[in-house]
Design a protein around this ligand. Structure first.
Ligand SMILES: NC(=O)c1ccc[n+]([C@@H]2O[C@H](COP(=O)([O-])OP(=O)(O)OC[C@H]3O[C@@H](n4cnc5c(N)ncnc54)[C@H](O)[C@@H]3O)[C@@H](O)[C@H]2O)c1
Length: 254
């Protein structure tokens, strides 16, 4: 699909990679609808996009809320005059070992169910609801389309990320499930699995852990949102790409 022909939703579009993708899409002439829980961030992304060939529309969205997903998709279709794409990017971290022993007290501590539920609600249930609503709207309109899911290198398993790894592995698996299910609607589904990328999500990391991780990346630097945009752009543009997940991680193994 040509980027300029896209009428596309980007979730988590208020900062980090989502904001970068939305801006790149508007630069290419696309209509973009960004949704995020961060209203101030949404406003800033829209303000910075003034004068670009395309247009960024914005509305508050919590992807873990089923009714909000449905009403956001209806609003986005209306605002953009149609709908033919989704970058399913919103995500959160609530890291913690499933079971750990406190170094000082020796006490056994457990990952809370709240930590588990929060990540699954946004990164898996929310992402799935956004696919369902977007594809239902595109199928009803008979419009071909494309979905890009944001998985992660953590999909292979990563210490301290049971919740996040589970959600990101499921998204990669369902990228193929949905590619098969949506083929009759002429809707493709692909995924990107980034390694460690410089965004607000990783800026909060402990410096020592971050330095150790960067040292393990063969290309010897942390990734930037533009590295991941190149993958998203490829999935959007290549009409023969379907059902697969592309790892963009500088060669990092976790
Ligand atoms: N940064 C990395 O190293 C990295 C690596 C692999 C995968 N990812 C994934 O890429 C995606 C983007 O990550 P990022 O680094 O730009 O993160 P980020 O934290 O900078 O941005 C994520 C955005 O999602 C929004 N969001 C959170 N919960 C939401 C909800 N319930 N509904 C709607 N929006 C919500 C946040 O407000 C934020 O604007 C995420 O899915 C993340 O898991 C990131």
């Amino acid at each position: 699909m040509n980027l300029a022909d896209l009428k596309i939703i980007v979730t988590g579009g208020a900062q980090g990679m989502g904001a970068h993708f939305a801006t790149r899409l508007a630069e290419a002439g696309a209509q973009v609808a960004i949704g995020d829980v961060n209203e101030e961030g949404l406003k800033a992304v829209v303000a910075a996009s003034e004068g670009l060939p395309g247009k960024i529309h914005a509305r508050v969205l919590d992807v873990s809320d089923e009714a909000q997903c449905a009403s956001f998709v209806a609003w986005a279709s209306e605002a953009m005059g149609g709908l033919n794409g989704l970058v399913n990017n919103a995500g959160i971290l609530r890291d913690g070992l499933l079971v750990k022993k406190d170094r000082v007290t020796g006490e056994i501590k457990k990952l809370t169910k709240a930590q588990w539920d929060a990540v699954i609600a946004v990164n898996l249930t929310g992402a799935t609801l956004m696919v369902r609503e977007t594809v239902a709207a595109m199928a009803a309109a008979g419009a071909p389309g494309v979905v890009v899911n944001m998985s992660s290198i953590a999909r292979h398993g990563n210490r301290g990320q049971s919740n996040y790894s589970a959600a990101k592995a499921a998204l990669a698996a369902n990228t193929l499930t949905w590619a098969r299910e949506f083929a009759p609607f002429k809707i493709r589904v692909g995924a990107i699995a980034p390694g460690m990328i410089e965004t607000p999500m990783t800026q909060g990391m402990n410096q020592k852990a971050r330095d150790a991780l960067v040292a393990a990346i063969p290309v010897n630097r942390i990734g930037v949102p533009e590295d991941i945009w190149l993958g998203v752009k490829f999935v959007l543009e290549c009409d023969y790409f379907n059902g697969r997940t592309i790892d963009i991680d500088g060669g990092l193994s976790m």
